[in-house]
Ligand binder design. Sequence first.
Ligand code: FAD
Length: 320
Amino acid sequence: MTPTPEFEIAIVGGGPAGLSAALILGRSRRATVLFDAGAPRNAPAAGAHNVFTRDGTSPHELHRIGRQQLTPYPSVAVREVQVVDAARAEDGTFVLTDADGRRTTAAQVILATGVVDELPPIDGLRALWGSGVFHCPYCHGWEVQDRPFVLLAQSPHALQLARALRGWSTDLTICPVPPFVIDAEEQRALSELGVRFRAPVQRLVAGSDGTVADVVLTTGEHLGPAAVFTSAPVRQRSHLPEKLGCLLHTEGMFAGQIQVDDHGATGVPGLYAVGDAAQGPQQVIVAAAEGTMMGGFVNGMLLLAGDLPRGVVAQGTKGA
Ligand SMILES: Cc1cc2nc3c(=O)[nH]c(=O)nc-3n(C[C@H](O)[C@H](O)[C@H](O)COP(=O)(O)OP(=O)(O)OC[C@H]3O[C@@H](n4cnc5c(N)ncnc54)[C@H](O)[C@@H]3O)c2cc1C
């Protein structure tokens, strides 16, 4: 007889999406394990904005609260370790191997593993990511409103972003990131709106407060202090989605994200994806909401199938 998997559900990733899924599954008394390697995507930023009741709270603090609020639910085991390998056995059970070499089995898996930003290779940029260089006006536009904006155009998405940025500053300069070439017709239309176009950026100079004190172009021109925005593409943070058979979008607004249906199902039986990793908007509150919906859906499907929760397992809990 096939042994019963150790956990009903394993969640890989403890950012807003994974923590929210763990919360609802804990409250649903499902035997759940949450793996988290730490450092959510927005860790470099001082505050997370547009987060209902927590506007401007640091990502570290959000993570701390999320973890602390799991502690009343002993059916959730938290493991602060990276899952380095995963496989789906013939009977449908998932086997996860973590960086400590431990193997864990689960009947279903929720991937909440997030994405990473493919930042352009511009000197000084990485150190300013999240403090002087941003990707989203909804997250950081308010803080830098009406300052000179410089947009690093890496893809056609940049030209859409340019139109959005004008809601926070009409002082906007666009610099292409080679090999991307700005379409002449788009350039003409944006120029008519007062947007300036310049040469590619060679380096960014940091001010003492983490802002961009100067933008130096490959032509030697200096644009001075600016809030810099990127249109960097994203890629999966973990190799697990592809290893387990998920399909990724290769183009369009969801490029790099996992293809899922309206319920977060990946097409691989028992495998779900939520948050930034899966197609859809990339925001803290959205990722958290998706985690809640996902957890509720998985529990609901189990109940409909007559699978009652295993209740309290209280094993392997580590950290607060
Ligand atoms: C600089 C910056 C600033 C941002 N500011 C804002 C903002 O102000 N407001 C806003 O709404 N959004 C903001 N965002 C977007 C926001 O960070 C994301 O939408 C949100 O973090 C997505 O949550 P998530 O849980 O899907 O993924 P993440 O937060 O990326 O969390 C994924 C988690 O999975 C873990 N993980 C991955 N692989 C494994 C593995 N194999 N094993 C174990 N754990 C694993 C990671 O360690 C990580 O903890 C910002 C993004 C950036 C880059």
